[in-house]
Write a protein that binds this ligand. Structure first.
Ligand SMILES: [Fe+2]
Ligand SMILES: [Fe+2]
Length: 369
């Protein structure tokens, strides 16, 4: 980088004082040779999140006139400085949280520009209403609440229901395009039969003839049993050397991502699986649905077990390992690939040194309860 003379440095300051900038001095911040992610590789232990959610269960009631939602969200330490509220970012585009709904509670209906998806973690008796459809769910199910769709959540069971929420909130904040509307009723009216979209599409291998023209939202719920079945089918063949056995949740009406701005995957790492490293422009938030192992990110080992969450920022080397000799590991993950692909930003690179495996230089120490 050039050394600037005293006169030029003063000139830069003068430009700044009148809200102008010297490109010659700042161009390297704009045209970086590779992405410099604000988010850092990070991992949140499930026990930590749960301990705070349990406290929130005691402190907060959910419903009209009280808290709209009871959710504790992941704050990436590398984004803490972003105002307001760190942009709600687990990565630069993805918000992720764990939400708890106690028996009898109704989280009231609203709709917003941010698109949302959910992965059910624990508890029975929960259901949601999405644009007039009642959607029932159980652990392992994947649900979508696309942009500007009315949604409310209820728990008619006798145990607290927990799920992972993922929205593109930081992206919405970066774009300054957030609109939200609150429904006048405690719950939105039901307009179609219960589980209408899932019943019409069943597993998604076929579509109703009336849906020959693609629909942006065809299916609201993706059952864990069907995802597992697809992974079992894949497992009859060789695993992907990087991701093991992995599937994407798609919109059966157009073959694209189930939620048009956030991708979602379920991957199975067989016992002792040791994936090779790669990096890509799109970022991920992972949730460990089952199993234990570790992920190496930029040379640091992040140990994980059931219920944990971790963030993979853009252009971060990462590789996944299942440390169990007999148990499979299942990782649910969300990504911003639809956004990256829409703007031709996506690139991927495989790690070609050391047979494709990073040298581990450090072990991440998570915050524990
Ligand atoms: Fe919402
Ligand atoms: Fe990856």
């Amino acid at each position: 980088m050039a050394e600037w003379s005293k006169e030029l440095l003063e000139f830069h300051e003068e430009l700044d004082s009148v809200n102008l900038g010297p490109l010659w001095a700042h161009i390297h911040h704009m045209n970086t040779t590779q992405p410099k992610a604000k988010a850092v590789p990070y991992l949140w232990k499930t026990e930590l999140i749960n301990s705070y959610l349990n406290r929130a269960e005691k402190l907060l009631e959910v419903g009209v006139g009280s808290a709209e939602r009871r959710a504790v969200y992941l704050v990436n330490p590398g984004m803490k400085h972003l105002q307001p509220i760190a942009w709600g970012g687990a990565t630069q585009t993805l918000y992720a949280a764990v939400q708890a709904v106690k028996p009898g509670e109704i989280a009231p209906p609203h709709r917003h520009t941010a698109t949302a998806l959910r992965f059910v973690m624990k508890g029975k008796g929960g259901f949601g209403r999405v644009d007039g459809e009642k959607i029932t769910f159980e652990p392992g199910d994947y649900l979508i609440t696309p942009t500007w769709s009315w949604h409310d959540h209820t728990n008619l069971g006798d145990e607290t229901v927990f799920w992972m929420d993922c929205l593109d909130t930081p992206f919405i904040m970066a774009m300054d395009v957030s609109f939200t509307e609150f429904h006048p009723d405690k719950q939105q009216p039901l307009l179609v039969p219960d589980d209408f979209s899932s019943r019409r599409y069943q597993g998604g291998m076929v579509r109703p003839i009336s849906d020959r023209q693609p629909k942006s939202v065809a299916l609201g719920r993706y059952k864990w049993g069907l995802a597992k079945q697809a992974l079992d089918g894949l497992s009859e063949f060789d695993p992907d050397p990087i991701d093991g056995f992995a599937i994407e949740y798609i919109n059966p009406s157009n073959g694209k991502d189930a939620n048009n701005r956030i991708g979602a995957r379920m991957q199975k790492l067989p016992p002792h699986f040791k994936g090779r490293a790669h990096r890509h422009v799109h970022s991920n938030v992972y949730h460990v649905f089952k199993g234990q192992g570790y992920t190496v990110m930029n040379g640091v080992r992040f140990d994980w077990s059931e219920g944990d969450f971790f963030a993979v920022p853009p252009w971060t080397w990462h590789e996944h390992v299942n440390t169990s000799a007999d148990e499979e590991a299942f990782l649910f993950s969300t990504n911003d690939l639809p956004i990256m692909e829409a703007f031709d930003f996506e690139r991927q690179e495989e790690y070609d040194q050391n047979n494709g495996y990073q040298e581990i230089s450090d072990v991440f120490q998570p915050i524990n309860v």
